[in-house]
Write a protein that binds this ligand. Structure first.
Ligand SMILES: [Zn+2]
Length: 197
């Protein structure tokens, strides 16, 4: 019943996380009503997005250059790495303004059902960074979930003999709640009260 081009755009929107078919319909209708200039700008931003963004060569954060803003900032503590599941966790922790070290984005967590294995995540790069950069502390900022725990345990095991201090965020975060959605105060206190594992 939808015109073809209308349907195509609805399908694309509906494929996005948290966007259901009803919401997709509404968004597409909104775009249909938007003026040409706005629409071109929207299309261009999508193109630029794909063209300009990539992963930081060092920490796997999102970046427009070879190395991300955080890795390039020499005023940050170069001896501490905070390991997170995803880029959204970097954004959340940066918002607290309480962390001044570097990051390492794993790109996911290990799943107990082994659908995501260690070879799919950026563990090897983390391993290499410890010695190469003379890292003194690794903060495990995994979400308090079964997968997060399994991932933290795995990293703890692989880095145990490297002589690096390994800490994990305090359990200020409710079980099941994730870093991405935690408020800044909770996240700040989880960071401040991190414990050695
Ligand atoms: Zn980086």
């Amino acid at each position: 019943m939808y015109p073809k081009s209308f349907k195509k755009l609805i399908d694309n929107f509906a494929a996005l996380p948290s966007v259901g078919p009803k919401m997709a319909e509404r968004l597409v209708l909104f775009l249909f009503k938007a003026d040409n200039e706005k629409l071109s700008d929207f299309a261009r931003s999508l193109e630029d997005f794909k063209k300009n963004l990539r992963h930081c060569k060092k920490c796997w954060n999102i970046s427009e250059e070879e190395f991300c803003q955080i890795c390039k900032d020499s005023s940050r503590d170069q001896k501490t790495i905070c390991v997170v599941e995803d880029t959204l966790d970097v954004f959340a922790i940066e918002k607290t303004k309480k962390y001044t070290g570097l990051y390492h984005v794993l790109g996911g967590v290990l799943s107990p059902q082994k659908t995501v294995g260690s070879e799919n995540l950026h563990f090897k790069d983390l391993d290499n960074r410890i010695e190469k950069e003379g890292i003194l502390e690794v903060i495990l900022a995994m979400n308090p979930t079964t997968e997060g725990d399994a991932t933290a345990l795995y990293i703890n095991r692989t880095l145990k003999d490297k002589g690096v201090k390994i800490t994990r965020l305090a359990r200020g975060l409710a079980t099941g709640a994730d870093i991405e959605h935690a408020d800044e105060l909770t996240l700040s206190s989880s960071l401040a009260n991190r414990r050695e594992v």
